[in-house]
Design a binder for this molecule. Sequence first.
Ligand SMILES: [Zn+2]
Ligand SMILES: [Zn+2]
Length: 140
Amino acid sequence: MSHEGIRLVSEEEARRADAPELPRDAVTPAKVRVQQTSGEGLEIDWKDGHRSRWGFVWLRNACPCATCHEEREAAGRAAGEAKAKAAGLLPMYVAPARPESASPVGNYAISFKWNDGHSTGIYSWDYLRRHCGCTECQVK
Ligand SMILES: [Zn+2]
Ligand SMILES: [Zn+2]
């Protein structure tokens, strides 16, 4: 990891500059589990006691890198929303997204090398917590 110490501000961060800041404990993971073998997803226990889970397919579709972000904006898709299937084409089997590896980025994020070769997305704790998919957070 050669970028340690360099803090890049993503578009995501710039865009929500006016969003209220989350409490420190809400964006500090106590435990991070990448359920790579079972293929289930990512699970984080936060310091404030909350537990978040995301499926790998959701995470792949929520990739925060500039390319994926722009692609979603153009198509009007929300983070995590799957691409619409092209009409008229025979459905092709595409292996569900799974990370080949996961690595920490500094102490503020995690990145994945996906089975489709993509690896430029940096998932900050803040980004993940703001997109927590648990029922409690969805209700708000
Ligand atoms: Zn991406
Ligand atoms: Zn939640």
